[in-house]
Design a protein around this ligand. Structure first.
Ligand code: PEP
Length: 254
């Protein structure tokens, strides 16, 4: 596992070609911040153009279909996004689980399809507010990990986990750094059960209302290997604030 913080922007359903200027600015700045691994997941329609504009940062998709191809109107396969320039895909984002009824089993199939196509995957997990209030946050996340994370020979090195409490996404609310650290330690333990020793090298990102002003605190919580960032990745200015906080946090740790 690279010990550079991994900061990934998820543009969700935002962005037309006018937003390529933001991607260019992020890419230019990333050249000066090599201590941080930076990536963007734009909408499908911008993957190819973003790849052409940005030389240094990683480019990924926000989802893929679980099948290689076929009669799936409106869907996109892993091979297609790879061909467009994506090196990784997010799977199991809570918005897809909620808006499209994606189950753990489907998320796992999607992750397997992406890995089979030669891509890396970021598998999202996270509890709802009700689960946290009921003291079931860890068991909810453990269930998601057990059923939606792909396993097998050579798979661990292709996988990143994003811990994204559903109640923190797009709300401006975040868990405390202690709660984030506790959940990341729990996830690390479960990764040990899934992957054995290789589980120690899987990166675990935190996601949910990460902003330039709270990034340093969240990124220095226990076993946080980076961040998955939604709203604050939409402009170069705010995303770079997070990337710079990650660079500083990394320097303080090492
Ligand atoms: C996300 O969409 O993965 C996310 C974390 O969104 P936000 O940063 O806006 O909460």
């Amino acid at each position: 596992m690279s010990n550079r913080p991994y900061i990934v922007g998820n543009w969700k359903m935002h962005g037309t070609r006018a937003m390529l200027a933001e991607a260019r600015a992020i890419d230019r700045a990333a050249e000066r911040l090599l201590k941080v691994e930076v990536a963007l997941a734009p909408p499908f329609t911008l993957i190819h153009a973003t790849r052409k504009e940005a030389n240094l940062i990683g480019i990924g998709a926000q989802d893929v279909h679980s099948a290689d191809g076929g009669a799936h109107t409106g869907d996109i396969s892993a091979a297609m996004v790879k061909d467009a320039g994506a090196g990784f895909t997010i799977v199991g984002h809570s918005e897809r689980r909620a808006n499209h009824g994606e189950t753990n089993a489907l998320v796992k199939e999607k992750a397997e399809a992406a890995i089979a196509a030669g891509m890396n995957v970021i598998v999202c997990v996270g509890e709802t507010e009700e689960e946290r209030d009921a003291g079931k946050a860890e068991s909810a996340v453990a269930d998601q990990l057990a059923s939606s994370v792909p396993v097998g020979d050579g798979v661990a090195e292709k996988v990143t986990i994003a811990y994204e409490p559903v109640w923190a996404i797009g709300t401006g609310r975040t868990p405390t750094a202690e709660d984030v650290g506790a959940m990341h330690r729990h996830i690390r333990e479960k990764l040990g059960s899934l992957y054995g020793e290789e589980g120690a090298d899987v990166r675990i990102l935190y996601g949910g209302s990460v902003k330039p002003d709270n990034a340093a605190e969240l990124l220095t919580a226990d076993d946080v290997g980076g961040a998955l960032v939604g709203g604050a990745s939409l402009t170069a200015e705010s995303f770079l604030g997070i990337i710079m906080a990650a660079a500083e946090a990394h320097e303080d740790k090492s």
